[in-house]
Design a binder for this molecule. Sequence first.
Ligand code: NAP
Ligand code: F7E
Length: 379
Amino acid sequence: MVEKKRAFITGATGQDGSYLCELLLEKGYQVFGLQRRASLPNTARIDHLYEDTENPDFVMLYGDLADSSNLFRIINKVKPHEIYNLGAQSHVGISFDKAEYTANIDALGPLRLLEIIRNVDFPIRFYQACSSEMFGKVLETPQKETTPFNPQSPYGASKVFAFNVTKQYRTGYGLFASNGILFNHESPRRGVNFVTRKITLGLSRVKLGLQPLLRLGNLDAKRDWGFSKDYVEAIWRILQHKEPGDFVIATGETHTVREFVEEVAHNLDMSLTWKGKGMEERGIDTKTGKTIIEVDPRYFRPNEVDMLLGDSSKARKVLKWKPKVTFKKLAALMTEEDFAYAEREAILHNTIANQRKFMSYGLQNGKNSSQRKTRRAKN
Ligand code: NAP
Ligand code: F7E
């Protein structure tokens, strides 16, 4: 029997990790995912893969990128053919507040893995999840593999370190170690505090009356937004290529946050108009006259990356990769899923409200009026 390929994925519980687990299982791999211990379940994105709990091809293991001995034990036991290092504190804004932690996980995490790979006696192909945030305040447009880095956050700086050590272990020790320089990529599985998901879920809730408005930061920032599922296909291709290297993965289109808001509002059949300037700017729903978008200084960053636009010609030529999902399609598919999600929330909300009404009706009509008073006093 032919031995199955084994892949070890850090960040398996995250957006990209969950799509990559699915892709590799489809391709016949045995997949080992790293899972952090958490006080509440953190596996919502991969729970469906556990349907058959006896599935020997999908195994989750507890660990942390801060813990070398744990990583060594896993790698030595699993003996993976490929390691995909997707684990990270991936929120740029939060990296300003958690700078040291971000560097520990996002910069030293990959170094820990590379050191292990260098010291075990079986070959492992290594993928490092790098980021367009490394280009920061861009020194060239569009950004490609040769564009100099100019990071603007602890997150961006940590990814530059990760990029450099991955390259150094490739050239210095001959490891098959590749960097993917991925531009923003989103999906319905995106964390809710990244701007696209915040907009698709937030405006869906506004539409259904679950929240009055949405507060955002810099509406003028421009990003090259693609679809996560397309990007994990590129990640896999990077490790299947005959030689290791560094690859930019991007759509080649850039749009402002404001344009993303407009696209989502359009998909939700809300007619949006902008009033005011700067911090006073507001998005108004012309059908209702209500303010549905406000600018909030809390969501601005100490340093901003104003504009990103990727040139992925190398990946298109060498890996025969290209994105399938456009900006409009991405906004549409995320809106559709989040509107359905918000509708379920609305049903739950109404059920709870009805239950409360029913309970208070029961109390008001109950026989024991002294008990009713006690309960009210406690609340
Ligand atoms: P994500 O949804 O935030 O997922 C991050 C994953 O890392 C989660 O599984 C998380 O675990 C895990 N993680 C966090 N801290 C860890 C630690 N100390 N030890 C082990 N695992 C840890 O991110 P994503 O969007 O899928 O991105 C995947 C990777 O690509 C990240 O490295 C990110 O920096 C990079 N990247 C992302 C983009 C993008 O636009 N999405 C672009 C370029 C690069 P929990 O589930 O327990 O939190
Ligand atoms: O912000 C602006 C914000 O947090 C995009 C990560 O996956 O991609 C991601 O990093 C833009 C920024 O993503 C809000 O200032 C406005 O200019 O969705 P984001 P990001 O910072 O680009 C890169 C490639 C990665 O590698 C990262 O891991 O939107 N913005 N208003 C806002 N951003 C957020 N989060 N929230 C707002 O309210």
